[in-house]
Design a protein around this ligand. Structure first.
Ligand code: HEM
Length: 229
């Protein structure tokens, strides 16, 4: 008599799912949704800069006065970034390993270009994020422009330096491309690829790709124009 196979632990299913190509794409889509949600809220909060120092600093103070909210968000965002990047790197390695030469047609070239742009933009955004946290959260990279608890003044002082403003504007341009292609693709991954939805899908991808980065760059631009000082 053969023994019945032992029931697989529930965790195994998740590990196998993440090991599969579709599982990794779903993880990219879901972590992408988390990150889009975070940056949309973050951008809306940053618009308080346009209301002046009191409004912006009170908002930053409010966030710091709620450690479970602050740390919960930090942990979720960090995990989302790590899984998003890991899934992207491993999927792209798999696709490169599997791509047969006979698909070197125009269509494949076009998708390779957008895949390349996603990869290069993703790396730039990752570098931006590390710099950004060392800049505005810990004050490590430009310590002379940073005073803990002075979010508004930190922003104004930093964006008075031309290269900092240029770096942020370039990173937000990369965010436009990344969001446009990313939002469009995540619907595909989650199965919402139907002629009936595709018009709305395209509009949402453009809307997020324009509104979020433009809202973000309005801050350094306001400093450059002397509207925030
Ligand atoms: C022009 C664009 C941006 C500006 C002006 C900006 C501004 C800021 C400021 C002032 C803070 C510190 C807030 C505080 O002291 O309480 C901050 C924190 C942060 N930002 Fe941005 N941000 C920008 C774009 C982004 C983008 C695109 C991302 C995501 C990819 C991002 C992710 C974060 C994160 C993770 C933190 C750390 C929050 C924390 O744990 O304290 N930011 N940002």
């Amino acid at each position: 008599m053969t023994a019945a196979p032992a029931a697989a632990p529930a965790g195994n299913w998740l590990v196998r799912f993440y090991g599969s190509t579709i599982g990794r794409k779903v993880v990219m889509a879901l972590t992408g949704i988390i990150l889009v949600g975070f940056i949309t809220i973050h951008m809306a909060g940053n618009l308080l800069v346009h209301q002046g120092a009191e409004a912006m600093n009170a908002y930053a103070e409010f966030l710091k006065s709620k450690p479970p909210l602050l740390w919960g968000t930090r942990i979720v965002v960090l995990l989302a970034v790590l899984f998003h990047a890991h899934a992207a790197i491993t999927l792209s390695r798999r696709a490169q390993g599997a791509r047969p030469d006979r698909y070197a047609g125009l269509k494949a070239q076009a998708s390779t270009l957008s895949a390349r742009l996603m990869r290069a933009g993703g790396v730039l955004l990752l570098v931006f994020l590390v710099f950004h946290i060392l800049h505005f959260t810990t004050g490590t990279v430009l310590p002379s422009q940073f005073v803990d608890g002075e979010a508004y003044q930190n922003v104004v002082r930093s964006f008075s330096i031309a290269w900092v403003t240029i770096f942020y504007v370039v990173a937000m341009a990369a965010l436009t491309l990344h969001l446009h292609h990313g939002v469009w693709s995540l619907f595909q991954t989650l199965g919402a690829n139907h002629p009936h939805f595709n018009g709305a899908r395209k509009k949402l991808a453009w809307l997020l790709a324009i509104v979020v980065p433009v809202g973000f760059v309005s801050v350094p631009i306001a400093v450059a124009l002397g509207l925030a000082r």
